[in-house]
Ligand binder design. Sequence first.
Ligand code: F6R
Length: 612
Amino acid sequence: MCGIVGYIGKRKDIYPVLIKGLKRLEYRGYDSAGVAIIKDGEIISEKKIGKIKELEKKVGKGIIGGEVGIAHTRWATHGGVTDENAHPHFDCNNKIAIVHNGIIENWQTLKKLLEEEGHKFKTNTDSEILAHLIEKYYKEVKDLAKATRLALKKVIGAYGLLVISLDEPDKLVVARKGSPVAIGIGKAEYIVASDATPILEYTKKVIYLDDEEVAVINHEGYKVVDLENSDKEKKVNNLDWDITMAEKMGYDTFMLKEIFEQPDSITNTFRGRIIPEEGKIKFGGLNISDEELKGVKRIIISACGTAYYACLIGEYIIENLTEIPTEVEYASEFRYKKPVINGDCLFIAVTQSGETTDTLFALREAKNLGAKTLGICNVVGSSIAREVDGGIYLHSGPEIGVASTKAFTSMIVAQYLFGIYLAELIGKVDTKQTKELIYELQQLPDSVRRILTLSDEIREIAAKYQDNRNFLYLGRGNNFPIALEGALKLKEISYIHAEGYPAAEMKHGPIALIDENMPVVFIATKDKVYEKIMSNMQEVKARKGKIIAVANEGDKEIAKIADDVIYIPKTIDLLNPILTVIPLQLLAYHIAQRKCCDVDKPRNLAKSVTVE
Ligand code: F6R
């Protein structure tokens, strides 16, 4: 969703820093972009709908020089996609410029009050309110930071906010509530952004603002206060990502790069956490004592989208290993359903970005009701990572492609590690078993590597089916969530309608859809339901459906029924989804590529969903 970038520091030209920063945030999804720079007593600003290169065209040769600047990519919520509605927004006199992520819920009330006081609005966005409110208070207090704090006290809603003003041209004011802001601390320069990717190439040192905090940055340094102006001590974090991780490195798209990174990202999730010779798992940051874990009687795992499907696999793994009742909840449903929770309950929030609003609010609800909370999260220092009692970082590196791939497989690995840890702690598995489970995990990266060599073959299969308008994905057991994930990947990046079902459910309805125009993707690896899946395949074949099967190497039977087979190595049941999902990621990718879709930035989608 929206991205913000701000710069204040020693550089002579800050426009390229802002534009580059916006480009690094492109992956979040946006529909327009804008920039404002204070230069020689003037605010120079341009905004434009469309891609950042449209903005660059409008700016022409660029903006040379400047003292401080802010920039924005907008993902429209209030007000249509127009140049006017793009950020930055200004006060009545064009002296104050703001960029804003989030939603101001009481904007209509505030707008009415401000209009009564004579403020003239140029757009129909909620964000413009902020510029006028700050203007109002600036007239009274003649201090940009104080005026911002006073304005924010009137606001209901969420904000990641940057403010600059001609009256205080050597200052950048930054504020946050509910919408993330990171401040990169460089050598005599500060780069502010909605996440760390624009900051990485300048510095590894960042501070993250917490809700209702305001930072005032000038050339001498920075100070963070709360809305009441009390000083806040901020921890300086060291980013462990480097800039090459946020670049394409020769791949056509970030998504393909991220699919191919999975042997490494999977390894990075378990690296340092397994002791194979002892059959032990160790975690650094669980922050829940073994005694407390032993008292857990129920586990709730919650997330959205692809992360939710990873939780369904986690449920299977954790329940299987620990025998503790485990449930999975859509975060968006959990928070409104009056959940029954008590102190015996462990709540696990699973999220790549750590910023998904529904997951964050579900976590807060669980915490309020007394659950212990864990986060399984990729982005270090993100809101969810900071609010949970303890957690497991994925360490998969930045995921830039909007469609999640490598974070998904790492989420399964993290839950697998946690399942083994807990099962061992409560005596449900012995050392011989944990050694075996760890051994199987260690084999995964090589198996994934082997599957990735099938990419060209899968591209050929994609060519045969790219013009179909509907797909069905069927799987059973812990491959049912993979059917859901395979269908989601296809629909989000190729805009083809696809549905995932438990294979046995087909005959209770979806079978009516089967004809020669319906490709059905079966996940049919050799597990305890293999024979049943084969029967489902016969049912599809009898109705002239086309079958694409993901099967285990050496399975000759399946080739007699399926039109196309993708053969993958075998692993244990619990880990099988990590291998079965890779061909489905590649199938969706190649179909979308052949249809010339923008796979990294699919239409209407945002990487980090920070609205309800
Ligand atoms: C789909 C996808 C989304 C996310 C969902 C949750 O490919 O990426 O469905 O999984 O928006 O995002 P996180 O994991 O950041 O909480």
